[in-house]
Design a protein around this ligand. Structure first.
Ligand code: 2P0
Length: 328
């Protein structure tokens, strides 16, 4: 009745931005991500008939009420799926800088779904696990698989066709992803709130939807051909387009800070020097820079030299769901 699972976080190259169903976490558009090797969540779930509620420990301490409520709501969905009544002890260890623009919710909800289902002794395929993880946090459905992953938005109202599919494994194309931490304060507008406001008020949201499938097709072609230039151009353009929808929302909001622009300009300077690097930005001020492995050191040195950059964390494509026990 207990199991441990580990999920790695992922970074979107074509963004998930906007929901068509908030309760089921169904997206307006398909998206594409890379699962990262360096950031992950390990979660142990133990069901216990003596419990009157779920008990959640995060990084060795009892979690705050808001976190426990979020986790427990997701556990309710897992219980409904499994026909289970018991509550559970849940222990999560996060190797992700929380709210640093690196989606800890993606690895957290994916690890929880995998551990809970395993603890109940239910055999599920990747598609079913992805659909379940999606109902904890949209981006979590992509963390079921390693390497390059597409989340197909699906068409059905019940979400049974909205799940991730693997495109390339983590061993198939070894790119470098450099995560530039410029600030670690809690972000002011969550991505959940941000995408909601954007969908309902931004006049540019229609244009986002009209072009995102074309971006996705270009990114998939680039990945199939291992064409880094083509992939870089489309991922950077797609990120900027997503942020254009926030700037044009009502009231408008901007995830960037001055340091964000410093990194964006640093990337432009690298390209002027003939080094291919491209950036992407999520719902926070940090910037993730992609380059080929041969350029990793040069790009790392250039980004680290930017005064407003606190730290540069180097990642590579990482694995999908793993099950414990894990060596400590
Ligand atoms: C993404 N983001 O594709 C996009 C790009 C942020 C910007 O997925 O409401 O934590 O739990 O489904 O998955 C972050 O949003 O949102 C995210 P919910 P989630 O990675």
């Amino acid at each position: 009745m207990e199991a441990t699972a580990r999920a790695h976080t992922n970074i979107a190259l074509i963004k998930y931005w906007g929901k068509r169903d908030e309760k089921l976490f169904l997206p307006m558009n398909s998206s594409l991500s890379i699962t990262l090797d360096r950031f992950y969540t390990t979660t142990k779930v133990a069901f216990d008939s003596a419990l009157k509620a779920d008990v959640f420990f995060l990084n060795g301490k009892p979690a705050v009420d808001a976190e426990t409520t979020k986790i427990s709501r997701f556990m309710d969905k897992i219980r409904a799926f499994a026909g289970e009544k018991r509550y559970a002890y849940i222990e999560s260890q996060n190797e992700v800088p929380i709210a640093a623009g690196l989606a800890s919710s993606a690895s957290g909800m994916a690890a929880l779904a995998a551990a809970a289902v395993k603890a109940l002794g239910i055999e599920v395929d990747g598609r079913t696990l992805s659909i379940l993880a999606r109902q904890g946090s949209g981006s979590a459905c992509r963390s079921i698989y390693g390497g390059f992953v597409e989340w197909q938005k699906g068409e059905k109202a019940d979400g049974s066709d909205s799940h991730a599919v693997p495109l390339l494994s983590e061993d198939d194309w070894d790119l470098s992803i450099l995560s530039c931490l410029v600030e670690s304060k809690q972000k002011k507008i969550s991505s959940r709130e941000g995408m909601k406001r954007t969908v309902s008020t931004s006049p540019f949201y229609k244009a986002w939807l009209e072009t995102v499938e074309t971006d996705l097709a270009a990114a998939k072609s680039a990945i199939a051909a291992r064409d880094f230039t083509m992939l870089g151009r489309v991922l950077e353009a797609n990120a900027l387009k997503m942020h254009a929808t926030t700037i044009s929302a009502d009231p408008p909001f901007l995830y960037w800070q001055s340091a964000t622009l410093d990194v964006m300009q640093g990337v432009a300077l690298l390209r002027e020097r003939g080094i291919e690097a491209y950036f992407t930005i999520d719902a926070g001020p940090n910037v993730k820079v992609l380059c080929e492995r041969k350029d990793e050191e040069t790009v790392y040195n250039a980004l680290s030299a930017i005064p407003s950059v606190r730290e540069v964390l180097v990642c590579h494509p990482g694995p999908g769901i793993q099950y414990g026990p894990f060596p400590t």
